[in-house]
Design a protein around this ligand. Sequence first.
Ligand code: PBG
Length: 340
Amino acid sequence: MSQSVNCCNQDLGALGYRRLRQSKIIRDSVKQVRLSKSQLMQPLFVVEGIAQKEVIPGLTGVYRDTMKTILTQIESDLKAGVKQFLLFGVPKGRNKNPKSFDFTASAIAAIKKKFGDRLFLAVDVCLCSSTPHGHCGILNAEGDHVLNSQTVEALSAAALAYAKAGADCVAPSDMMDGRIAAIRTTLDENGFDRTLLMSYSAKFHSKFYGPFRVAADSAPKGELKLKDRATYQIDPARPNDALLCSERDDLEGADILMVKPGMPYLDILADLSKKILKPWAVYEVSGEFAAIELMAQNGLIQKEAAHVEAWTAFVRAGASIIITYGARYADEYFKVADSI
Ligand code: PBG
């Protein structure tokens, strides 16, 4: 085999791969991964009982909205070209066994009434913002574990209330067993067979959710035996669990599967998206997003290009949908990233 590196131009020999990196034009034309704004989904928080919208520490440009300000926010997001949203409702009342999902449902109804099919509205289904202790489910009397079937029942009721209010998609993020089948059945039996189901199927027990828990007021709190979510979210050191849960949620009827967080779990996304052929979403969670923002605020990183680099990695690893706090800034990120 002739290795002609030595006989030719030292810099660009026969094995020189740099020829294709010489100019922006050629680099752009040989890209294998192309990001599109249509892949991005913007999370929204609507909070009961606050008088005006509030900033969220770490999440620049993302707010805890009131029922009123959320409509203005969406209006401006639509103008910026965002079409997909993931709504988190944060009700005022808390209940150990949540039965009313009216606050979030009324926000959904207001959003769909105003914007209809101009947007695709996914709604997070979980109990962590509704329970006094902040766990994602209903606890047993001793408070040392989450009761699976009681929780799945409450989640199904929430999903039905959201579908009735007009949600295009419900997205359970609790990590209970069997909730996809239960929600699908409940929706179908009530005539909501067209409502999509996006499962947080590979959701890990992560420290990167920090800023979100402030936004959704959902951190486990109080004197609890169960201090964290390790008994229901996936152990970062057990990738097989992510595969098993995703295969199950696929079979139980999820339309879209998800890996969460994103960047520290790219290996999981790359692996699972090859094994299960349904569309994959990836959640660039609050801590990942905030890390880029905080580095930028300290002059350590070029933020717009860094955001685009992270999104590119998600698509490269197999994501179709990217849930990101920066969706509404995509134009600006793309423009700056493209110009440097
Ligand atoms: C609630 C939920 C969480 C996130 C989405 N849904 C937090 C958690 O599990 O504690 C995290 C989102 C983020 O960090 O951006 N079940």
